[in-house]
Design a protein around this ligand. Structure first.
Ligand code: S3P
Length: 174
């Protein structure tokens, strides 16, 4: 047998406002890997804002865009750190794709902390109400837990979160 030394992609999942993008950028820099923010990739590819895609094309179309964007990265890019959108885990196909092509990290941040620093304006699915965010959190939390290879608490500094992720990475990724 030969040990596999190939690097894999690292997918960050979790609630909007959990810190996927911030932690992801720092992690990518630490690992010398490329960083992709899935929302940004989709906006660039389609020339539309995420908000407009969800409103005019519908959420299902957006979930499909997410799947295609991840497929593109997996097929054409070097192993990278990818910050996904909060709802990326809602598609079973996308979940399978992420788990097959990389290491999935659940960035967990307390919902009260998320509410404290969430910029409501730029997060289209979250503008309704605080109750909505709590409900979303309760609905999705079990899914994030089920889908991830490892869960990391984003409770103190970005550097701490990065360190925790790196320590949890399997040898093939590290
Ligand atoms: C969504 C989260 C957003 C974005 C879209 C849908 C969701 O990403 O993909 O508005 O369903 O939770 P962030 O988690 O980066 O805010």
């Amino acid at each position: 047998c030969q040990k596999q030394h190939m690097q894999q992609h690292i997918f960050l999942i979790g609630m909007p406002g959990a810190g996927k993008t911030t932690v992801g950028k720092a992690l990518a820099q630490h690992q010398g890997m490329e960083f992709y923010d899935l929302d940004a990739v989709i906006q660039e590819k389609t020339g539309k804002s995420i908000q407009n895609i969800i409103i005019y094309d519908g959420e299902e179309a957006f979930r499909n865009d997410e799947f295609e964007a991840i497929t593109d990265i997996v097929n054409h890019k070097m192993p990278a750190v990818i910050a996904t959108g909060g709802g990326t885990v809602l598609s079973e196909d996308t979940v399978n794709l992420m788990r097959e092509s990389g290491f999935v990290v659940f960035i967990h941040r307390d919902v009260t902390q998320i509410l404290d620093d969430l910029d409501m304006e730029i997060r289209p699915l979250l503008k309704e109400s605080i109750e909505y965010i709590f409900r979303l959190y309760e609905e999705r939390y079990p899914l994030y837990e089920k889908v991830c290879h490892v869960k990391v608490q984003n409770a103190s500094t970005i550097a701490d979160s990065v360190e925790e992720i790196v320590a949890a990475l399997p040898n093939v990724v590290r």
